[in-house]
Design a protein around this ligand. Structure first.
Ligand code: MG
Ligand code: MG
Ligand code: MG
Length: 305
C-alpha cells in the first residue's frame, strides 16, 4: 500500500514541494510513496512545478485507510479529514508541534528552520541519496518562498546554505532573480475572486478554545491589493460567520517588510493585546511583520490563552 505524503490545507509551495520531494526520497529508499495535496495548486506553486517540469500531486483530502506522512504541518485543523482513520507514519515539518497524536511510534523530524524543504534536504543528505535536478529546483523555490527570499525572521543559516547547494544542483545561477519572478507571480491577484485570495494561504487555529482563521497574501507592493481590499474584508466576514471567533488577513508587503492586517473579530481588543498597537477600524499596520508563524501566531496564542 502506497504511503501518501501530504502538506497542509490550502497548500503553499513548501507543502507541495516537500510532499513531492519526500515521496521521491521514500521511493529511492524502496518505499512506495505518492505525493498528495489537499487542494489545487496556487499560481506560485504551479509556476514552480512548471519551471522544473514536475507533475502536480494528486489531490487527496481524506485519510481513511491510508498510510500518511505529514509535511509542513502537524495541526489537526490543517490536516486531512478523518486523520484518525488513517495511519500517520511520519512528520517532517518546521512549525511548532501541533495537536496530531498517533497510536504507534513514528518517524519525525521537526526543525526550527525557515522551510520544510530545508528539513527534507537534510534528510536526503543524511540518507546519502542524490537529489535530482527537478527536486532541487522545487525545493530551492519553496525555501525562497517560505523565507521571503531570506528576509523573514524564520530564515536560518541552514536555509541559506540549502538554497545555495540546491541552486547548484538545479543549475540555477541567479536564484534571487528567480525568487523575484516567483513573488511577482504570487502578487498577481487580478481576476481572482476575493474568496480564493482569502483562502490562498489560510490556516485555522484553535486558540484558547476559540476558532481563529489567519490568512496571508504576500505581494511585492501593497498598492496591488488596494482595489480588492474592500472585497477581501467582506469575504473575511463571511468566513468568520461560519463559526469562527476571528478572521485575520495579513496583507504583506515583502519590499516594505511589514503587513497590514485586516481584522474581523468578536473582540478586536485581542489585536491590541497581542501586538501592543492601537486598533481603529478594521485594519492595522504591523511594521516588520512578515511571518505568520513566528510573528503573528505566537502573540495571538498568548493573547487568546
Ligand atoms: Mg506552508
Ligand atoms: Mg513551510
Ligand atoms: Mg508562507
Amino acid at each position: 500500500m502506497a504511503v501518501y505524503v501530504v502538506g497542509h490545507k490550502n497548500p503553499d509551495t513548501d507543502s507541495v514541494a516537500a510532499a513531492i520531494s519526500v515521496a521521491d526520497l521514500m521511493s529511492k529508499k524502496g518505499v512506495e510513496a505518492k505525493p498528495a495535496a489537499q487542494g489545487a495548486l496556487n499560481p506560485e506553486s504551479a509556476f514552480v512545478l512548471e519551471k522544473f517540469g514536475v507533475a502536480a500531486p494528486e489531490i487527496v483530502t481524506d485519510a481513511t485507510d491510508k498510510k500518511i506522512i505529514l509535511v509542513d504541518h502537524s495541526d489537526l485543523a490543517q490536516s486531512l479529514d478523518n486523520l484518525a482513520a488513517g495511519e500517520i507514519i511520519g512528520i517532517y515539518d518546521h512549525h511548532k508541534l501541533g495537536d496530531v497524536t498517533t497510536p504507534n511510534p513514528l518517524d519525525i523530524l521537526v526543525k526550527p528552520v525557515g522551510c520544510s524543504c530545508t528539513v527534507v534536504k537534510m534528510m536526503y543528505d543524511c540518507a546519502k541519496i542524490e537529489i535530482s535536478k527537478p527536486m532541487a529546483g522545487i525545493m530551492m523555490c519553496a525555501i525562497l518562498s517560505d523565507t521571503v527570499m531570506f528576509k523573514s525572521p524564520t530564515c536560518t543559516p541552514d536555509d541559506k546554505a540549502a538554497v545555495e547547494a540546491l541552486a547548484k544542483i538545479a543549475g540555477v545561477s541567479d536564484f534571487m532573480s528567480l525568487g523575484v519572478e516567483m513573488f511577482k507571480v504570487k502578487s498577481a491577484v487580478g481576476g481572482t475572486p476575493a474568496k480564493d485570495l482569502v483562502f490562498r494561504d489560510y490556516k485555522d487555529f484553535n486558540m484558547g478554545g476559540k476558532k481563529i482563521g489567519i490568512g496571508q497574501l504576500e505581494v511585492v507592493d501593497l498598492s496591488i491589493l488596494e482595489p480588492v481590499k474592500a472585497a477581501l474584508l467582506e469575504e473575511c466576514k463571511k468566513v468568520k460567520a461560519e463559526g469562527r471567533h476571528s478572521v485575520f488577513l495579513l496583507l504583506t508587503d515583502i519590499m516594505k517588510e511589514g503587513s497590514e492586517m485586516l481584522i474581523v473579530s468578536d473582540d478586536p481588543s485581542y489585536v491590541a493585546k497581542a501586538f501592543g498597537v492601537e486598533v481603529k477600524g478594521d485594519s492595522v499596520w504591523l511594521d516588520g511583520v512578515l511571518s505568520r508563524k513566528k510573528q503573528v501566531v505566537p502573540p495571538f496564542e498568548k493573547a487568546f490563552a
